[in-house]
Write a protein that binds this ligand. Structure first.
Ligand code: SN0
Length: 317
């Protein structure tokens, strides 16, 4: 695997899920795969799970890791091509990427959207420029449009928790005080659509419809209760408005996932990528219930990252 920015970079989704489960079952068996290899993790934005689970994954594979908060500890990065760099930006992304790839065999990059301009955000230019200018494979640690390591961990978690040949998975919008990126739901939809054991239904208020590039043929309804009926999995997430890009338009708390909402499902499991605003997105009772998978999902981030790094290291040999 030469890059991991979306599900389209994976040759066989079932195989990579199996690989994550195999590593999870026996992580000690992989200690030589990444010997003498260096992973660099570059963060333009905050992170807890991605930062720690990816480091944990690298250690399982015997890799070394360097982590940098590039927005805080590095030079201010210029991304425009051909500009006269006489303002506050001291270093061009093309130089930074080329230099870092001399130190690192694989590079992970996190770069959130600005939520100011949809076209600019959806060009995903920071991630694409890293692919262009770095000589090492790039792993997305969440870009402006997608969060593929999260989605892989989500699919692993769904497969572990249901044997049903067709699982009803509901991606539901939930309230939030801030406008959040669309990367997690975009990516989740894209991965679920590749899984032949998943029927995906998306529910959100009007004006929050995600781009069909990601949602494909998934059913969409603005009626959350109807969507939740008989669900096997409820995946809650806030994202900012799509018609008024980057804005909070709906503040309707009746979208919060409560025990009453979960009672509509078929003993459904609750999922969220975290961090979660408790009693805003979902109630404490749901998050702390037996049917909550939030900790399992977070744990599977390690094995999702290990499966991706393993596939990249295999390619290098
Ligand atoms: C990020 C997002 O894309 O929604 C990361 C999720 C893995 N989440 C946030 O930025 C939450 C921030 C907040 O204020 O709750």
């Amino acid at each position: 695997m030469e890059k991991f920015l979306s599900v389209n970079d994976v040759q066989d989704v079932n195989e990579i899920v199996q690989s994550a489960l195999k590593i999870k079952a026996n992580p000690e068996a992989y200690g030589d795969v990444g010997k003498n290899k260096m992973l660099g993790l570059l963060f333009f934005n905050p992170s807890l799970r991605t930062r720690l689970s990816t480091q944990r994954a690298a250690r399982h594979l015997g890799m070394d890791v360097m982590v940098m908060n590039i927005d805080k500890d590095g030079w201010k990065i210029e991304t425009e091509d051909g500009v006269v760099m006489d303002s506050d930006k001291a270093e061009h992304l093309k130089d930074a990427a080329a230099v870092i790839s001399q130190y690192c065999d694989i590079i992970g990059v996190r770069s959130f959207p600005s939520l100011q301009n949809k076209e600019e955000d959806y060009a995903d230019s920071i991630m694409k420029d890293f692919v262009k200018y770095a000589k090492s494979p790039i792993v997305s640690l969440e870009s402006a449009t997608r969060h593929p390591l999260q989605s892989l961990a989500d699919l692993v978690t769904i497969r572990e928790n249901s044997d049903k040949p067709k699982k009803k998975v509901v991606l539901t919008w939930a309230p939030h005080p801030r406008a959040l990126p669309q990367a997690v739901p975009n990516s989740f939809a894209e991965w679920m659509n590749t899984a032949d054991d998943v029927e995906l239904i998306i529910t959100a208020p009007e004006g929050y419809e995600l781009d069909p590039e990601f949602t494909g043929n998934a059913k969409f309804t603005t009626n959350q209760d109807e969507a939740l009926k008989d669900a096997d999995f409820v995946y809650a997430k806030n994202w900012s408005s799509t018609t008024e890009y980057g804005k909070v338009v709906c503040k309707d708390n009746s979208w919060q996932i409560t025990e009453e909402k979960m009672a509509l499902t078929d003993n459904g499991k609750f999922m969220h990528c975290l961090p979660i605003r408790r009693n805003v997105v979902a109630s404490d009772a749901v998050l702390d219930s037996e049917n909550s998978l939030i900790l399992e999902e977070a744990n599977n981030r390690t094995f999702a990252a290990a499966a991706v790094l393993n596939a990249m290291l295999e390619k290098e040999d």
